[in-house]
Design a protein around this ligand. Structure first.
Ligand SMILES: NC(=O)c1ccc[n+]([C@@H]2O[C@H](COP(=O)([O-])OP(=O)(O)OC[C@H]3O[C@@H](n4cnc5c(N)ncnc54)[C@H](O)[C@@H]3O)[C@@H](O)[C@H]2O)c1
Length: 420
């Protein structure tokens, strides 16, 4: 199944600015053991505007620095090794420099890239390096680079990660892992498995404090078997946020379902097995089927999933409903529930504090997730272990939305979801 995605014929929209089988509970536990998973700010995405009319500096939604509201664990240096990194992509979200790689004690940024020379130069400045390449395809040929952070446009994530892996480098990538293509999901899974290299998707929800707490409570058994979960990513966009070649114009909501899906998959480490999803024709003009490259009529899609544990999960993504917004979720198990706090049968609860960070690395935006994702990726390489949101979890968070959108186009037909 390959979705219609914006292609090169679409005009550029000016921008202002270790292989794993689907994890069993035990393997998931092991992979989390050294890093942990991961709420604070409930806005996500980017505004797409650099300069507001008022002249005041506008903060891109989701990128606000998050004060640490809770006690965090201390950070302990595990090595003096510096991972030699390449950073690619400085689009509207300026993601290439937003995760603190440039400040991490175990990272040396060797070079950066963006297709636009001005963005490439800005990224180099933000990362404090002088070496630049005109494209990811050129950067990956640099033998001195061990790992690459791919912060390019979503439709190219899979292709770009395949390119990085082909050149023998570890890869971290912004969400989603794949964009509308089940074939690319298979290719990516195979490539990571064959390479033995570290692959991590930077799903920001997993290090939000509420999801992090849910996960610890699941792992300690205090939630019990999960019966029901729900998650939302609500982001009102009457006009699409700018994007490279317009990939956000008419974007099928569930193609971008990782932030909500993480509120189940990122807690249990399981997967969604089938889905019935519904949409409603949007009043926003870009969601006229003739107005977008996806032929997509929906700006809100509500998915009902069956999970690999036999549980039920409702995941909502909406672009056309103003008001309450953000990325969040809740979970109900046979021993307890988590609705911003734990209530249940558990008496001696685990430590819910999120991992600490090296000096100089800010927790950053999206609920204090940025720095923690970076630290997790770098630590996983150094410790030669599976990272949080490895290839299986990344695909189990990304792929269900592709099938969910197909289900919505078929008025809620129940459809099977490939398992990773
Ligand atoms: N909470 C979150 O996790 C979150 C929030 C916002 C954005 N994102 C993700 O971050 C990514 C970046 O978002 P954005 O809004 O900045 O994207 P964008 O579309 O504005 O910019 C993408 C950039 O990638 C560059 N690029 C594309 N192909 C390239 C190549 N081959 N070599 C070098 N550079 C290349 C483009 O020149 C462009 O500047 C997206 O994938 C988006 O999904 C995630």
């Amino acid at each position: 199944m390959k979705a219609n995605i914006p292609d090169d014929n679409i005009k550029e929209v000016p921008v202002a600015t270790a292989p794993n089988p689907a994890p069993s509970r035990r393997t998931f536990l092991r992979s989390v053991g050294l890093g942990g998973l991961g709420f604070g700010i409930i806005q996500a995405g980017c505004s797409g505007k650099d300069k507001p009319a008022t002249g005041a500096k506008e903060i891109i939604q989701g990128f606000e620095e998050t004060p640490e509201g809770e006690k965090v664990k201390g950070w302990v240096s595990i090595s003096d090794r510096k991972i030699r990194m390449g950073i690619v992509g400085y689009g509207v979200c300026k993601f290439g420099a937003a995760f603190g790689f440039q400040n991490h004690p175990n990272v040396e940024i060797v070079a950066v890239s963006d297709l636009f020379p001005d963005r490439c130069a800005e990224l180099a400045k933000a990362c404090g390096v002088s070496k630049t390449y005109p494209s990811l395809e050129e950067l990956v040929k640099d033998d001195s680079i061990e790992a690459v952070f791919v912060a390019t446009d979503a439709p190219h994530h899979a292709q770009h990660c395949l390119e990085v892996l082909k050149h023998g480098k570890h890869v971290a990538v912004a969400v989603p892992a794949v964009f509308g293509s089940l074939e690319e999901a298979d290719q990516l899974k195979e490539a990571v498995k064959k390479s033995g290299l570290t692959y991590m998707m930077f799903e920001t929800s997993v290090f939000r404090s509420n999801l992090y707490s849910m996960r610890q409570l699941y792992l300690s058994g205090d939630l019990g078997e999960v019966v029901y979960s729900e998650g939302e990513y609500y982001h009102y966009m009457p006009e699409p946020i700018d994007s490279y070649k317009g990939w956000r114009i008419g974007l099928p909501p569930q193609f971008y379902g990782t932030h909500s899906n993480a509120y189940h998959i990122g807690v249990t480490g399981g997967s969604f097995t089938e889905v019935s999803c519904m949409g409603m024709k949007s009043i926003i003009k870009d969601f006229d089927v003739s107005a977008n490259a996806f032929k997509n009529p929906f700006a809100t899609e509500i998915a009902m999933f069956r999970t690999s544990e036999g549980a039920m999960s409702r995941m909502a993504v909406s672009w056309d409903t103003p008001g309450d917004h953000g990325e969040r979720g809740r979970i109900r198990g046979q021993r307890g529930s988590f609705y911003e706090k734990y209530e249940g049968l558990g008496q001696e609860l685990p430590d819910l504090g999120r991992p600490g960070l090296p000096e100089g690395v800010a927790a950053g935006g999206h609920g204090g997730s940025h720095g923690r994702l970076t630290d997790e990726f770098i630590s996983a390489i150094i410790q030669d272990r599976s990272p949080m949101v490895d290839i299986s979890s990344a695909l189990n968070m990304s792929v269900p939305g592709i099938v969910a959108h197909q289900s919505a186009l078929k008025d809620g037909e129940l459809m099977k979801i490939p398992q990773f």
